[in-house]
Design a protein around this ligand. Structure first.
Ligand SMILES: Cc1ncc(COP(=O)(O)O)c(C=O)c1O
Length: 455
């Protein structure tokens, strides 16, 4: 639908009325936004007819790629049959029930319940209330503190942004809310100094133990972390990190929450980040890849121990959303999961295209600007640096990343800059030749970035 506006008219109306997320509105109205008009497979088109290879799957979410008729048809059918009803007041409907069954069948064996939301942020708000309600129901109402990590991203609501460790987000709106604490992140390239990656992984994980001791185990409800930090810069933890975190959580009486909003639904080549790292979590917030972003839906997968307490001791959980388990979003999610299952996409990423991407992406290390390449499944990053050997970033951190991102757009590639870390999270349907095309484009863009910095 283009509503018969020209690009200029759309840009004018956009800046007159539309406040965008995470955007400096003044700057945007000076520059004018890029109007995306359609998409198919791994490509997007803008209103001027330019094509882009979308190496970010939208916002880390369009796992099955664009233009899947099966999802559109499932949503259309459901819109005609029952466009809306809620799950409050002892009611339910088959799309939400079937989606619950299906997601639980894909989740780790000890996860057999799900609470639906419309986004990852709402899922993480639900985590905070659910974890505290769990402990309170067990007679431990003082266990309220959630420990998270610096530079984590858990959403934009008050609780989501508080759990997140993004300082610019905390600086607006008086965050974090009470009883949220943060520890360091497992970002070896930036923070590892002279330690080996494995030694650094151990050291940074042990900050969790120190924080538990500092605050007192009887005050702590949970530790939350993304298996791989996405928005923080595709921070892939050293191999020692998760086993140590799991061990600390097992030895102390705290819940382990794995935020699967990005890692879930095949992103790592396994169904969940927890499968990739062999993590046993108590709660798993999910969203994005659940519906491949076709309609907004998220949720919290609940492990059996927590579910047992909530169901048998918790009484009424005074929490829920008008759109929890929305029938049309649920129908779209079911169709999306069937595509992932029937087309064998998760195994394909795990066994074929993920390893292929790792090897093709790894070759970018030969570029003079690149200090590190890393990838896991279909999540990958490169660090743009001034000095490779010293792992030293450019002085004006983020400036080169912004240049590179703009160069990418100009060359028909969507690659995200997180300061000077360039990241991709491609649609899981990418073939080997799509990967070759993407990596060739990245190389061209790095060359052009290098020549722009020199001038
Ligand atoms: C790990 C993680 N958790 C939560 C969220 C928030 O999800 P949403 O934007 O759907 O609220 C995001 C979004 O990028 C995320 O990456």
């Amino acid at each position: 639908m283009n509503y018969n506006y020209t690009t200029e008219q759309l840009q004018e109306l956009d800046s007159a009325h539309y406040l965008h997320p995470f955007t400096d509105s003044k700057k945007l109205s000076e520059e004018g936004s890029r109007i995306i008009t359609r998409a198919d497979g791994i490509y997007l088109w803008d209103s001027d007819g330019n094509r882009y290879l979308d190496a970010m799957s939208g916002l880390w979410c369009v796992n099955v790629g664009y233009g899947r008729r099966e999802i559109a048809e499932a949503a259309f059918e459901q819109l005609q049959e029952l466009p809306y009803y809620n799950s409050f007041f002892k009611t339910a409907h088959s799309p939400a029930i079937e989606l619950s069954r299906l997601v639980c069948s894909l989740a780790p064996a000890h996860m057999n319940h799900i609470f639906f939301t419309s986004s990852g942020s709402e899922a993480n708000d639900t985590v905070v209330r659910m974890a505290r309600h769990y402990w309170s129901s067990k007679g431990k109402p003082d266990k309220k503190v959630i420990i998270s990590r610096e530079n984590a991203y858990h959403g934009s609501t008050m609780a989501g942004a508080s759990l997140g460790g993004m300082k610019p987000m905390h600086a607006q709106g008086g965050l974090p809310i009470p009883d949220i604490a943060h520890i360091g992140q497992p970002y070896w390239f930036q923070d590892g100094g002279d330690l080996s990656a494995d030694a650094f992984g151990e050291q940074i994980a042990s900050e969790l133990e120190q924080k538990i001791q500092e605050l007192g185990e009887d005050r702590i409800a949970a530790f939350i972390a993304e298996p791989i930090q996405g928005a923080g810069g595709v921070v892939i933890p050293p191999a020692t990190y998760w086993p140590r975190i799991q061990n600390i959580c097992d030895r102390h009486e705290i819940l382990l929450v794995a935020d699967e909003v990005i890692c879930g639904f095949g992103r790592t080549g396994k169904w969940f980040g927890c499968d990739y790292y062999d993590i046993k979590a108590d709660l798993m917030p999910i969203a994005k890849g659940l519906s491949s972003g076709y309609l907004p839906i998220g949720g919290v997968l609940v492990g059996d121990e927590v579910a047992d307490v909530l169901i048998n001791l918790g009484g009424e959980f005074n929490h829920g959303f008008t759109y929890s388990g929305h029938p049309v979003a649920a129908a779209a999610a079911i169709a999306n999961l069937h595509i992932l299952m029937d087309d064998g996409i998760v195994d394909q990423v795990g066994q074929e295209t993920g390893p292929y991407l790792e090897q093709a992406w790894g070759k970018l290390i030969d570029h003079p600007l690149v200090g590190e390449t890393r990838s896991a499944g279909f999540l990958a990053a490169i660090e743009i640096v001034k000095d490779k050997q010293k792992r030293q970033f450019f002085d004006d951190r983020g400036a080169v990343g912004t240049i590179c991102r703009d160069v990418c757009f100009a060359n028909g590639l969507v690659m995200r800059a997180i300061e000077d870390t360039m990241v991709v999270s491609p649609p899981l349907i990418m073939t080997k030749s799509d990967i070759d095309e993407m990596v060739a484009l990245v190389t061209t863009c790095l060359d052009q970035t290098a020549s722009q910095i020199k001038n």
